[in-house]
Design a binder for this molecule. Structure first.
Ligand SMILES: [Zn+2]
Length: 82
């Protein structure tokens, strides 16, 4: 289980690899993961996130979609608090 730290997203700052942030997607509150390769999949549209931040199933940054093959079980640190 890989812990992922929270990062507050700002338009004028670069995203930090292996963090997560909240933002809106078409007006809907959404959780984004920032992969170590810099891709930012909208996590909550494809995965379940428990109240303690545990994400199921595992996250796979698939090479067929231009990803980096990152494949881990992850937990969003501070998920309930922020
Ligand atoms: Zn990746």
């Amino acid at each position: 289980m890989l812990p992922i730290s929270h990062h507050t997203y700002r338009h004028d700052e670069p995203t930090v690899p292996l963090t997560w942030y909240r933002a809106k997607l078409d007006g809907v509150p959404t959780v984004y993961l920032v992969c170590k390769c810099g891709r930012r999949p909208p996590l909550s549209t494809s995965h379940d996130i428990a109240d303690d931040g545990t994400v199921t199933p595992s996250v796979w940054c698939h090479p067929d979609d231009g990803g980096c093959s990152f494949h881990e079980m992850i937990k969003l640190e501070g998920y309930a608090a922020v």
